[in-house]
Design a protein around this ligand. Structure first.
Ligand code: UDP
Length: 444
């Protein structure tokens, strides 16, 4: 049981369904708790209890309510129906919410009526919670708003879910300026959007600092070594020879650098194990491990000299820990990271990989990334969200948004340029201006 909060502390409902939602929402719960202004009421759906529980335990969060919607085999309609009905029942019972009238300031401050519901991203449970809240006249804040593929059926049902939540939400917390632009294009008033960075980066930095032990002793030994490189690859575009070429490059590097360890958490896919894992068997300085837990992988990344990967998420995560990323793909949808200099596209040609990894290993200190350059987040997104909430409630100053006030990518695209072509012509190693004069100019 949570204690009754003191009066004048605003309740905020926070909905958590899946594992990625747990990861990206726990920093929001932490920030709301830290703020002194809010008392988060954490509601889990109970869809994937085994996956969500360890994350909430890592974060030290005890949910206030589990909706117990049932096993993952539920149909989407069953899931949506159950979340709406059960969240509605909870809000009626606990807060006396009926949907009859808009909540007043007095009801929020004195009677504990929720000041809002935060939902995350693009799941069907998030849509359901948003709609249930709307029906009860509890305003909705959408965390990780504005991601779009533009095709309603891809990914299904997430793309439509995002769009539906954008119609329901009163307040849109967009990770990047590009996400904000997507919303503006759809007619969401700019004044209802706040750019925060991605809360996933906050989560990662928290997890990386937890010092959880590794299950695999070989990983423990590698992390204790002076220099190690992390390699992950599994994407379909690398199935046709790419994985084998990456393995060839790592083999050459491992032979020429006996003092450097190469840690490869292997994706469970048998093809990945055959093409990337098997050629690297029986080498003293290559550690082929099972996939690591979230917290262990965060810790592994944090101390690596460099990460060679074809993963999407890791391109956003590693630079937030100061680690440079070499992208073993021919192209990346994370163009903002390439421009910022936190990522480098190296493809899968073994000679190019050997060259680029060798280059970093020659002077790892020189190649550390400034986490502030990471365009996907700086680890303070959740604080900004809590501060924005306090401002909305009339109890805090206007919060400072994340990132630049305009996106070069968006401006150039609007002007008809092809961002990819522009990208090629950027000077190598171009970095944002970090001089004191510049900081003073932008008011940092
Ligand atoms: N990850 C993990 N353990 C591992 C490898 C990766 O927890 O052993 C995490 C990683 O931090 C990232 C997520 O898994 O957040 C997704 O990585 P994946 O390689 O599957 O790529 P994506 O789906 O993002 O392309």
């Amino acid at each position: 049981m949570t204690q009754e909060p003191p009066r004048e502390v605003t309740h905020i409902l926070v909905l958590i369904g899946t594992r990625p939602e747990a990861i990206k929402m726990f920093p929001v719960v932490h920030a709301l708790k830290r703020s002194d202004w809010f008392e988060p009421v954490v509601v889990t759906t109970g869809q994937h209890p085994d996956l969500v529980k360890p994350i909430l335990e890592l974060a030290g969060i005890e949910p206030d309510l589990d909706l117990g919607v049932g096993h993952p085999g539920l149909t989407l309609n069953e899931l949506v129906g159950r979340v709406i009905e059960r969240l509605d029942g909870f809000c009626r019972e606990r807060f006396g919410a009926t949907g009859a009238a808009v909540a007043t300031r007095t009801a929020i401050r004195d009677d504990g009526f929720p000041g809002g519901t935060f939902v995350h991203g693009d799941t069907s449970s998030a849509v359901a919670a948003a709609l249930a809240s709307f029906h009860l006249k509890i305003p909705v804040g959408h965390v990780e708003a504005g991601l779009r593929t533009g095709t309603t059926l891809t990914p299904f049902p997430e793309e439509l879910n995002r769009q539906l939540i954008s119609r329901i939400a009163a307040f849109h917390l967009a990770p990047t300026t590009t996400n904000r632009q997507n919303l503006v294009r759809e007619g969401v008033p700019d004044e209802q959007i706040f750019v925060t960075g991605n809360t996933g980066i906050d989560a990662l930095r928290f997890a990386a600092a937890q010092d959880v032990p590794f299950d695999d002793p070989a990983v423990t030994a590698a992390v204790a070594a002076e220099n190690y490189v992390v390699v992950t690859a599994h994407r379909r575009e690398n199935w046709n020879g790419g994985l084998a070429r990456i393995a060839e490059a790592i083999g050459l590097l491992a032979d020429s650098r006996p003092d450097t360890r190469f840690v490869i958490p292997l994706h469970p896919n048998p093809l990945v194990r055959a093409e990337l894992g098997e050629p690297l068997a029986n080498r003293a300085n290559v550690v082929r491990s099972e996939p690591l837990t979230y917290a262990q992988f965060a810790r592994l990344m944090a101390n690596a000299a460099v990460i060679l990967t074809d993963s999407g998420g890791i391109q956003e995560e590693a630079p937030a820990l100061g680690v440079p990323v070499l992208v073993a793909r021919e192209s990346t949808e994370r163009g903002e990271g390439v421009v910022a200099g936190t990522l480098k596209l190296v493809g899968t040609d073994p000679a190019a990989i050997v060259d680029e990894v060798g280059n970093v290993l020659a002077d790892p200190g020189e190649h550390r990334v400034d986490p502030e350059d990471n365009p996907y987040g700086d680890g303070h997104a959740a604080e900004r969200i809590a501060a924005a909430g306090a401002y909305l409630a009339g109890i805090g100053p206007p919060p400072v948004r994340f990132g630049p006030a305009f996106s070069r990518k968006v401006v150039l695209e609007a002007a008809g340029y092809d961002f990819g072509e522009f990208d090629e012509s950027l000077p190598r190693g171009a970095q944002p201006d970090r001089s004191e004069e510049h900081d003073a100019w932008v008011g940092r």
